[in-house]
Design a protein around this ligand. Sequence first.
Ligand SMILES: [Zn+2]
Length: 120
Amino acid sequence: MSERTDIDVKKLKAQMQAHRRDLLKHGAGDQESLKPVEVDQTSTGRLSRMDAMQSQAMDLEIERRRHQELQRIEAALQRIDDGSYGYCVACGEAIAIKRIENDPTTPVCINCAKDTPAAG
Ligand SMILES: [Zn+2]
């Protein structure tokens, strides 16, 4: 297994590092929304409390995805550093360029992605 020469790894690395910066920047000011929902029952009705809880659930989902995305980026950057980037982590086959262009953080080839949808 040798480093891919058919893909612009340097460019992808820069892209992912920029993306990671954005994700981290976004997360820094977001902690407030993760606190338990506190609604003053005397001044607000049941509906607005449900709205608040629903909105918090959405925030948590966004946060969960952000975290997942960060982990994928970290893993991809790690693979770039150790020279295994561009190869499927499951079967070792070269990942199609189109697939990498579509999602530079993808760890598996199209065949393995079919087997394990969660791996993307
Ligand atoms: Zn594979």
